[in-house]
Design a protein around this ligand. Structure first.
Ligand SMILES: N[C@@H](CCC(=O)N[C@@H](CS)C(=O)NCC(=O)O)C(=O)O
Length: 236
């Protein structure tokens, strides 16, 4: 149910049709990005969620090396100049976690409707983006900045390892991280754990984490999302 166009263009190229609907959900995602980031970018979280939810949406393709994210029009939507961003008939939301929670509430999918169930999804969405993503991303960043083998890098490895061990214990008797059903928290946790910025060697000791990842990534909606992304997004 996705259509796409490039930023700055007015008509859509899907099937050669021009069926513009200003009110349709717009997902700003990469159309071109550097080789390392391609396949790992956080717009995939939103695209995966939209696919799971069966939403009709249009992808506005942004060319990162062409500095599409630096333009005034885009900066007015996200002052950090980053993707993903959505524009849902004038409701602009940035931050992948906030976007997924917004779409879940709006669609009534991938999050229970009762307060207690919703609290578990909020809890594990924030855990994915703070308790887990923070140390693994910091470790990656220090590593690529020349810090591999240094004390700060070792400390970040220990911090990451501690969180993954704790997560492994939590997942020992659970199919999904927040509730008995797959939710947006699983999209966030799966993407954090599987992204190129997470050293995959860190996951080796943790069999529950690895089987959880395999279970989530085996979902048809993820396969469809990454397949379409791979065809659409060019490497720079
Ligand atoms: N906390 C943000 C991080 C977004 C982010 O890091 N986006 C990256 C792509 S994965 C980006 O747009 N990078 C381009 C840049 O910073 O120039 C989120 O979760 O949405």
């Amino acid at each position: 149910m996705a259509r796409w166009r490039l930023a700055g263009t007015k008509s859509f190229s899907a099937c050669g049709r021009s069926d513009y609907d200003a009110r349709m959900l717009k997902v700003y995602g990469f159309s071109r990005v550097n080789e390392f980031a391609r396949g790992n970018t956080r717009d995939l979280r939103v695209l995966w969620a939209a696919e799971e939810m069966g939403l009709a949406y249009e992808i506005v393709g942004m060319d990162h090396p062409n500095r599409d994210l630096d333009g005034d029009e885009f900066r007015a939507k996200n002052s950090f100049g980053q993707l993903p961003v959505i524009d849902d008939d004038g409701v602009v939301v940035t931050e992948s976690g906030a976007i997924l929670l917004y779409l879940a509430r709006k669609s009534g999918k991938l999050m229970p409707r009762d307060l207690a169930g919703e609290a578990q999804v909020l809890r594990w969405s924030i855990a994915a983006l703070s308790s887990v993503e923070l140390p693994v991303l910091a470790m990656w960043f220090v590593g690529i900045s020349g810090g591999r083998g240094t004390k700060p890098h070792d400390a970040l490895r220990q911090w990451s390892d501690m969180r993954l061990k704790q997560l492994d214990g939590w997942l020992a008797d659970r199919a999904f991280v927040a509730t008995e059903e797959f939710t947006v928290a699983d999209i966030l946790m799966t993407h954090v754990l599987s992204a190129g910025s997470t050293d995959q060697a860190l996951l080796h000791p943790y069999t529950h984490v690895r089987s959880y990842l395999a279970r989530c990534m085996d979902r048809p909606a993820w396969k469809k999302t990454i397949d379409a992304y791979s065809k659409r997004v060019a490497a720079a």
